[in-house]
Ligand binder design. Structure first.
Ligand SMILES: Nc1ncnc2c1ncn2[C@@H]1O[C@H](COP(=O)(O)OP(=O)(O)OP(=O)(O)O)[C@@H](O)[C@H]1O
Ligand SMILES: [Mg+2]
Length: 444
């Protein structure tokens, strides 16, 4: 059975959650996202001024989960690139958060990827890269850094130790460098194995890469690291390494760090970083954003959002979620789904309450432990289909008498997990068919 979205004037669920203005998007998508991006003028200006008015601006953007920090960062990087800056954005992930070497290697890889992206955007830059890759023109040791960065992101590979200099797909790499550089050069640069560059090499590569870029007419280089809160306990040490050792002494580039607000997290080097809060968007902007998302998926674009959802309810959802867009989107997505399941043409309070009830059910199911009676009843029902209070097998499985069983079955029915019908003298219980899949996914 395929849901009839048309009943809600939709071609799909409009309330998807995605980061805006990610640099890897196509031109058309970026334009679409620029339309969707609302407000943030003040803080965006502040960050732009911070960068453009100094040689090394260092800032931490922080705020609640899902408030729009990454999208803001993307927007600022986008504007800075337009203004002639070279921007690198790296997002910490759970794996790199655990391993300093991996973190450093991934940052280098991202740097390399950004170089490649920039080469695709700018012909002049591409030509410059080509000349770096051509060995006979290589006259600056820092060129090795760029090669190494490109190598880190898989753009430079080794093939029989030879160079095949066709622009970005040239076949050179770190091992190749070791083989090709003169003895004198070898003494000056530390060429490391591909696996784990030392911290010193990491810093050197970053610094050289950045300083070379700066000489190519870029107004400056901005290194942005998103989700640094993932770095957990060792965060302090890594940020110190990164900022102090790599960038601080020379004021070589700008650093923007992004983190979620967390209790008891001590600020990282408040003496070095400026801290800026990212607040929830004003309601007016949130509504405008939702309206545009809806229009993108509406059959009839002339019908407003309030033709499918109660205005008061919409306001309430925004308020209950304190303007945090990710949470608002989650609630609205659930409302659309619930309305579709119930065949409704309008999202009213009843639909919303049903979604909340369903969230509660999920939480309840997840809280059940395999040794609990309720868990055993649900397991039994998902295998056998139905039961009743005098069911001997169930009594044996749960080690409960029929009166106790009867009470538990009724409780599960009141919670909305079971339905029942009368058959002769007995009340027969089964799992609500709508919830069958959900119960099965939790109770195994
Ligand atoms: N300025 C904005 N205008 C409209 N919508 C926005 C804006 N910024 C973010 N959003 C929307 O808010 C949601 C959350 O955005 P984003 O991922 O940037 O938040 P975040 O704070 O980085 O989240 P996290 O804490 O998980 O990293 C996304 O669905 C995004 O489309
Ligand atoms: Mg984010």
């Amino acid at each position: 059975m395929i849901a009839d979205l048309r009943k809600l004037n939709l071609t799909g669920n409009p309330f998807e959650d995605f980061e805006l203005l990610d640099e890897t998007l196509s031109r058309t998508k970026l334009d679409e996202h620029a339309q969707l991006f609302k407000d943030r003028e003040k803080i965006a200006q502040l960050l732009l001024f911070g960068v453009t008015s100094s040689s090394s601006y260092k800032v931490v953007l922080h705020g609640e989960a899902g408030v729009g920090k990454s999208s803001l960062l993307n927007k600022v990087l986008h504007d800075l690139r337009q203004a002639g800056y070279f921007g690198i954005k790296y997002r910490v992930n759970v794996v790199s958060a655990e391993d300093v070497n991996l973190f450093e290697r991934e940052l280098l890889r991202t740097f390399g990827e950004e170089i490649v992206r920039e080469a695709r955007r700018s012909h002049g830059f591409l030509e410059h890269l080509r000349s770096i890759v051509q060995l006979e023109k290589r006259n600056d040791l820092r060129h090795f850094s760029v090669l190494a960065l490109l190598y880190s992101c898989g753009q430079v590979t080794v093939r029989e130790g030879k160079v095949d200099a066709k622009g970005l797909s040239a076949t050179v790499g770190l091992p190749f460098l070791q083989a090709q550089v003169s003895e004198q050069e070898q003494n000056q640069i530390e060429v490391t194995t591909v696996g784990i560059p030392s911290h010193l090499t990491f810093e050197q590569l970053l610094r050289d890469g950045v300083s070379l870029l700066k000489e190519l007419d870029y107004k400056g280089v901005v290194i942005a690291i998103d989700e640094i809160d993932k770095l957990e306990k060792k965060l302090e040490a890594r940020i110190v390494t990164l900022v102090k050792d790599t960038f601080y002494p020379t004021g070589l580039c700008h650093v923007i760090l992004v983190m979620k607000d967390q209790n008891e997290r001590q600020p990282i080097h408040p003496d070095v970083f400026t801290y800026e809060s990212v607040y929830p968007l004003p309601k007016r902007n949130v509504t405008e954003f939702l309206e545009e998302l809806y229009k993108g998926k509406a059959f009839d674009r002339y019908k407003p959002l309030t033709s499918i959802i109660d205005q008061k309810l919409l306001n309430e959802i925004c308020e209950e979620n304190k303007g945090i867009i990710r949470r608002i989107l989650k609630d609205l997505r659930a409302c659309v789904l619930r309305a579709l399941i119930s065949g409704k043409t309008f999202i009213d309070r009843q639909v919303y309450e049903e979604t909340k009830a369903s969230d509660e059910l999920q939480a309840y199911l997840l809280s059940l432990k395999p040794n609990e009676v309720e868990y055993k009843i649900l397991l039994y029902l998902s295998e056998r289909g139905e039961t009743y209070a005098r069911d001997k097998d169930l009594s044996k499985l749960t080690e409960r008498e029929k009166s106790a069983l009867s009470q538990r079955l009724h409780e599960l029915e009141t919670r909305g997990l079971l339905i029942s019908k009368k058959r002769r003298k007995n009340r027969i219980f089964s799992i609500d068919p709508i919830l069958h899949g959900r119960v099965k996914s939790v109770i195994v």
